[in-house]
Design a protein around this ligand. Structure first.
Ligand code: F3S
Length: 425
């Protein structure tokens, strides 16, 4: 790999042991993927604070040890320097301020709080959400980034036109203290052209429709890049967020083009870069129904224990929508309703009165994590309802629960009645 003088200096140890290890990691990683050089980045989204089983083993060893082992892949423990690139922490193990989530030991909550302080002091922003683009981290078109979290990666590439591969904890850790990431994959303009054409022949309008489309196309194109034909309605941030999260769950989609919606192309031909599509797919009523049935394939009991909203984390508009649907109502004593939103937006929800409305109905507004990451749900949960294709895809596989997928209104009705009555309209 070709290195600049500054990069060679980092590799030779001019900026200390941690930076040296980070450069070594990036070079090994980049060479394994055929990268010929590194590229500067000033936008890193990764995970740093300890969570889960890591806590038990490393709680006593301290955060330098956690950074060395998990962010630099080094059994030799080195002191973490301040970050060089703008960096944010994506998601926590628990919402330590919320008693509903205190199903873990006090030790886990303490280690998390100490980790926040430690990594915060190194310059890492504790955004603590899978949707950093909802709370101020909005890279511009063409900007080279190093992001983890599949739903954020697809949003970053497609909706913002910034450039990132799906990075891991180690590469984002190394990028944070070097300001570099290997130049391969979606950093290279020619690799960003569409390879597959999806002809949409059914109306795609509300959020549930966008989740179904995303889930279906992820299965169709897997890790390739689709361009869409036939989409008529204008999607919003929340619809594209749900669409991308679903596509990255059923497949490994990291980027798509929607002419006149996503910024890198205004035409189908432009998206394809002058080439013919390698494959074409039709998304019609049959494909829509198949996606719906697959997402609901684990559910058999209509008695719903737990309603999970906010995967990816809800925008403030979505929290407001839940509050409006719940106003003056009361959820069933047999169900729990948790709404997840970034902590920064929870503050807005509190000040706008939405949290109080949801609480008055018997629900909770949480932040920092989600059931798929924390593995925490209300005790005794067997049947979940969610408006998220991603959560409906992962929760049954990870935790063994049944999952219903439907609209936000279907989910709120299930919370109030304690029974699932949703369906495909
Ligand atoms: Fe976010 Fe958890 Fe969904 S991290 S994208 S809410 S699975």
């Amino acid at each position: 790999m070709k290195l600049t003088d500054v990069e060679q200096g980092m590799l030779d140890g001019a900026e200390g042991a941690a930076v040296q290890k980070a450069m070594d990691l990036l070079i090994r990683y980049g060479e394994a993927l055929g990268a010929e050089r590194l590229v500067e980045t000033n936008n890193v989204c990764g995970t740093f604070v300890a969570a889960g089983p890591m806590i038990r083993e490393f709680a006593s060893k301290g955060n330098d040890a956690i950074f060395s082992e998990f962010n630099l892949d080094s059994t030799e423990h080195v002191a973490m320097p301040p970050v060089k690139a703008y960096t944010c922490h994506l998601i926590m193990g628990i919402d330590s301020e919320h008693p509903e989530m205190r199903q873990v030991s006090e030790d886990a909550a303490r280690v998390q709080t100490e980790g926040e302080k430690f990594f915060g002091a190194k310059g890492i922003n504790m955004l603590s959400t899978c949707t950093p683009y909802q709370v101020g981290n909005v890279p511009v078109m063409g900007e080279h980034c190093a992001w983890m979290e599949s739903s954020a990666v697809i949003y970053c590439n497609s909706v913002l036109g910034a450039r990132t591969n799906t990075e891991g904890r180690e590469s984002t850790g190394a990028a944070s203290i070097t300001g570099r990431i290997p130049y391969f994959g979606l950093h290279i303009p020619e690799n960003r052209h569409a390879t597959h054409l999806v002809d949409v022949r059914v109306s795609v309008d509300d959020m549930m429709d966008w989740g179904l489309l995303g889930y279906a196309i992820g299965e169709m194109v897997e890790e390739d890049i689709p361009v869409f034909r036939g989409l008529e309605s204008q999607p919003s941030l929340i619809k594209l967020k749900h669409f991308g999260a679903a596509a990255a769950s059923s497949g490994g989609v990291e980027m798509y083009h929607m002419p006149s919606v996503t910024p890198e192309t205004r035409s189908e031909e432009g998206a394809l870069g002058g080439s013919a599509p390698r494959a074409s797919w039709i998304y019609g009523p049959q494909e829509r129904r198949a996606a719906y049935e697959k997402l609901n394939s684990t559910a058999s009991s209509a008695d719903v224990d737990f309603i999970m909203l906010g995967c990816p984390h809800n925008s403030i508009e979505q929290v407001w929508q839940v509050a409006r649907l719940l106003e003056g109502r009361r959820i069933s004593p047999n169900t729990s309703l948790w709404v997840f939103t970034p902590r920064a937006l929870k503050e807005v929800a509190d000040r706008s009165g939405y949290t109080d409305v949801i609480k008055a109905a018997g629900g909770h507004v949480l932040s920092d994590t989600c059931p798929a990451i924390s593995r925490i749900m209300p005790k005794g949960t067997r049947v979940v309802a969610t408006d998220s294709a991603k959560q409906a895809h992962y929760l049954p596989a990870i935790t063994g629960v049944q999952a219903w997928f439907g609209s936000v209104a279907d989910c709120v009705e299930a919370a109030v009645a304690g029974r699932w009555t949703g369906g495909l309209r």
